[in-house]
Design a protein around this ligand. Structure first.
Ligand SMILES: [Mg+2]
Length: 242
């Protein structure tokens, strides 16, 4: 039996909601914003407004907590028609600050899997995440996982071009590269599109922007597992999935 691991020279890991908890922290922050803005709108209206402001700002601010903070402030200004006070804006900045300083909670089996893989002669391990450079670097330090990775790439977006360029830079053929992540949009579909392999580990909460319609997955050969431990087993050829 040919094990996927036999030809793999690089395994790349997404960070947020693949290695550690992230999206629930954003949702928790959003709930606190709802409480703050309760006099000006119901949660549904606030959520809708915030998402539309985030989408409008994405191209300028990029992904990450600082862009999110600015989008929360803009949402507050728009929803209150400029009546939000300086003190309330300070509270929103404090919400963003707390998000930037949140302790890192590793997902189950992550450290064991990285320990196991790092102990083997090959392949090399890469952290490949999108977002704000300082925020992601700081999360990696706080996670204590930094030493397991041979390479760390923090990029502004993860699309086909990003993966193509990354493979080129490391002198890798698509069949030598495997990506592991929780986002079909960022970690799985663009990787499959360039002919490399990807392992999808869904997380219970996904940001609306990262979701993909079921129809888009048909015939793509998405490998889906339940946990990092199962991802390791798939790499070793111990489990075969769709
Ligand atoms: Mg992720």
């Amino acid at each position: 039996m040919i094990r996927p691991m036999d030809s793999v020279k690089m395994i790349a890991f997404d960070a947020d909601d693949t290695l550690w908890v992230n999206e629930p922290l954003y949702r928790g922050t959003e709930e606190r914003l709802h409480a703050l803005l309760a006099p000006y709108g119901d949660p549904e209206a606030i959520e809708k407004q915030l998402y539309s402001v985030e989408m409008r700002n994405l191209r300028l601010f990029g992904y990450g907590a600082k862009g999110f903070m600015l989008s929360m402030i803009e949402t507050a200004i728009e929803l209150t028609r400029g009546r939000i006070t300086g003190a309330e804006i300070q509270q929103i900045i404090d919400l963003g600050r707390a998000l930037l300083l949140s302790p890192i909670e590793l997902l189950e089996g992550v450290e064991e899997a990285l320990q196991t893989l790092a102990g083997e002669a090959a392949p090399r391990l890469m952290l490949l995440t999108k977002g704000d450079l300082l925020d992601q670097e700081s999360k990696l330090v706080r996670s204590g996982l930094g030493d397991y990775f041979h390479h760390v790439e923090i990029v502004s977006d993860k699309n086909e071009n990003t993966y193509r360029r990354t493979l080129e830079r490391y002198g890798l053929e698509p069949h030598e590269f495997v990506m592991i992540g929780n986002s079909l949009r960022s970690d799985i579909l663009p990787v499959l599109a360039i002919g490399a392999r990807a392992i999808y580990i869904p997380y219970h909460t996904t940001w609306a922007h990262e979701t993909v319609r079921e129809e888009e997955l048909e015939g793509r050969g998405v490998v889906q597992v339940e946990s990092m431990r199962e991802a390791l087993e798939w790499l070793r050829g111990k489990i075969v999935t769709g």
